[in-house]
Write a protein that binds this ligand. Structure first.
Ligand code: GTP
Ligand code: MG
Ligand code: ZN
Length: 357
């Protein structure tokens, strides 16, 4: 596999050059290929392709390396999709991430955990049915932008829902700047709309609640059953948490790399950065026209956001959704540290998107 096919790029090459004088990958035909402990360069760049309970799996473009009970993985906070410095036995450093999707941790201490890093695209998978909740998608879209990735909403199981195309149209109108595609996995044609978003060397993460069909989609795109899938519960369509670890797969046919993860409820995802701005460009643009810099868009005079709602140009549900997410972000920042909390408040004010209260 070439480094590019595994997602290597010039930014990473630059980061590597700052750490080591020797090349990051074994040369073709190198006797020591794949065995970085041997030969001139004592370390290699490798990508984290799976995290199991007791094992971390790396790929160094030549082969996989399975590190059993690797203590460094937890200590370094290694995530699937990370690029690391590997000395043949251990991970010694993590190369700077372009971005990541993080989840909230229950309890005290560190408030977030990285689920997947270095993503080009996040496929927000949701079943195309009447349970479809736009607010859930607002949050996931913000999370994708925060990861530095392009969000794409994927309405799955369209074979079960005659109104899938209508749902997609309504969502596309709401989610500014986010493509919405409709798929099913009955046959190859069912995923045709998705293929333009899958490119060689690019990393796509599947994100969604349990049972929406993430692993089924991965298997179809991979051309073989790489992941176990299991039926949803008959009485409420919920999944059974079939996938239990995070793993990156190389797809055939120039479809790039895809990360499958266990189903996650949108409420467990952490909003930690600037993603809200990107997820609500319509409201951000309107807010610039409010009279007061710190307008909360509730009942101030000359509020451009309320004016747009009154004129029927903005769905009030969208503003309500943003308020909830902003309030939550402030709360998480408070947990992370008093310093970032302060910064977060300042940013929120600057953005003119302050949550009420
Ligand atoms: N009718 C129909 N069923 C589908 C489709 N895609 C997936 N399914 C079914 O949905 C169920 C759940 O699929 P999975 O792929 O295991 O779902 P998942 O999102 O990976 O679930 P977790 O691993 O628990 O997060 C399985 O019974 C699949 O056969 C589809 O396009 N149409
Ligand atoms: Mg799965
Ligand atoms: Zn306002």
């Amino acid at each position: 596999m070439t480094p590019d096919a595994l997602g290597w790029n010039s930014e990473l090459a630059h980061a590597w050059a700052g750490l080591a004088a020797h090349p990051p990958f074994a040369a073709a035909g190198d006797a020591a290929a794949g065995d970085p402990a041997v030969g001139e360069g004592r370390t290699r760049a490798a990508r984290v392709i799976a995290l199991h309970r007791g094992a971390t799996v790396l790929h160094d473009t030549v082969r996989e390396h399975i590190l059993a009970d690797h203590p460094g993985s937890a200590a370094l906070g290694v995530a699937v999709g990370d690029w690391v410095v590997f000395d043949g036995a251990r991970i010694t450093a993590v190369l700077p991430r372009r971005g990541a999707v993080t989840r909230k941790e229950a309890g005290r201490g560190i408030a977030t955990q990285v689920l997947a890093a270095n993503l080009d695209r996040v496929l927000i998978v949701t079943s195309a049915n009447q349970d479809l909740e736009p607010r859930r998608l607002d949050r996931m879209v913000a999370v994708a932008w925060e990861a530095g990735a392009q969000p794409v909403v994927v309405l799955s199981k369209s074979d079960l829902e005659p109104a899938a195309a209508e749902y997609a149209e309504a969502l596309a109108a709401r989610l500014v700047g986010v493509p919405v595609v409709v798929v099913h996995t009955r046959d190859e044609a069912g995923v045709a709309a998705l293929l333009p978003y899958l490119r060689p060397g690019e990393t796509t993460m599947l994100l969604g609640t349990s049972g929406v069909g993430k692993s089924t989609l991965l298997n179809l795109l991979a051309g073989e059953d790489r992941q176990a899938v299991r039926e949803v519960r008959a009485h409420d369509d919920r999944g059974q948490h079939t996938t239990t670890h995070r793993e990156l797969f190389l797809l055939p046919g120039d479809r790039g790399l895809m990360i499958d993860v266990p189903g996650i409820r949108e409420l467990a995802l952490a909003l930690v950065g600037e993603g809200l701005e990107r997820a609500f460009p319509d409201i951000v643009a309107l807010a610039a026209g409010c009279r007061w810099v710190d307008c909360s868009h509730s009942n101030e005079p000359a509020c451009a956001v309320q004016a747009a709602i009154a004129a029927g140009d903005l769905d009030p549900e969208r503003l309500a959704s943003l308020r909830v997410l902003l309030a939550e972000q402030v709360q998480l920042e408070r947990r992370e540290s008093p310093r970032t909390r302060h910064e977060g408040r300042r940013k929120a004010r600057k953005r003119n998107l302050k949550a009420r209260g």
